[in-house]
Design a protein around this ligand. Structure first.
Ligand SMILES: Nc1ncnc2c1ncn2[C@@H]1O[C@H](COP(=O)(O)OP(=O)(O)OP(=O)(O)O)[C@@H](O)[C@H]1O
Length: 228
């Protein structure tokens, strides 16, 4: 079963009298075990597509199934549960909590499951080791480089063991070598499990080399030849 099945997605934003069709009939099928990048011109609808797949935003029409769940059937609470348990998010500016240590940042998504941070520590430390930062678990974000902070964010995205990891410009704030290291880590994370999909919006030219598939979005549609 594909991890993502999107058909004819339409998402329109209204700004006063003006309407923008961010998605205009986007269709896409994505399998697990893959590292896939989404590319295309600015304003093409890439981030909107990522947000719809991550149940952060809902389409006006079209169908979207992720990991077997029909996202249109979810109310707000169910959508937020879906996001917490099935989706990991990675952002350009890392979004780490500055007052927490690296391992506490990694463990943080577990808090809402009423587990204490301490209870989640062994798994958080394991994931810190997984991303090559076993010797930095007590560092605060301000004591780490950009590449290290992004590795912490990758470890955090994995703590709920999600099926899908969505990354929006994860190398946008990193120098090219550090960015290449982060891309290679994301590829490893995708290939670890046949069920897991890592989907990344990027302008990084190096991405095509490490990704299994590059999906192009233009004018709100997926123009990738084998998108369906
Ligand atoms: N919340 C919003 N309200 C109004 N318009 C929006 C909103 N989000 C996106 N848009 C518009 O929808 C279109 C697609 O935006 P989107 O961010 O998905 O594009 P993108 O391909 O990710 O662009 P970029 O590469 O510049 O990040 C743009 O015209 C944008 O201005």
């Amino acid at each position: 079963m594909p991890v993502v099945e999107a058909r004819d997605l339409v998402r329109e934003y209204r700004m006063g009298a003006e309407r923008v069709r961010a998605l205009d009939g986007a269709s896409l099928t994505l399998d697990g075990g893959q590292f896939v990048s989404v590319v295309g011109p600015s304003g093409a609808g890439k981030s909107t597509l990522l947000h719809v797949i991550g149940a952060l935003d809902a389409p006006d029409s079209g169908t979207i199934r992720v990991d077997g769940t029909d996202l249109s059937s979810l109310d707000d609470d169910a959508a937020s549960e879906f996001r917490r348990h099935r989706v990991g998010f990675i952002f350009q500016f890392f979004n780490l909590v500055p007052t927490l240590s690296a391992w506490e940042n990694v463990a943080l998504p577990k808090l809402l499951d009423s587990a204490s941070l301490a209870k989640a520590k062994p798994r958080a430390v394991e994931l810190m080791e997984r991303v090559g930062l076993g010797d930095r678990i007590d560092h605060r974000p301000s004591q780490m480089s950009g590449g290290q902070m992004q590795r912490v964010a990758i470890a955090r995205s994995l703590i709920m063991d999600p099926t899908i990891i969505l990354a929006d410009e994860p190398t946008g704030n990193l120098d090219s070598q550090t960015g290449a290291d982060v891309l290679s880590l994301l590829a490893d994370v995708a290939h670890e499990s046949a069920e897991r999909l890592v989907l990344m919006v990027t302008h990084d030219r190096g991405a095509a080399q490490v990704c299994d598939r590059v999906v192009t979005v233009r004018d709100g549609r997926v123009v990738d030849p084998d998108a369906d």
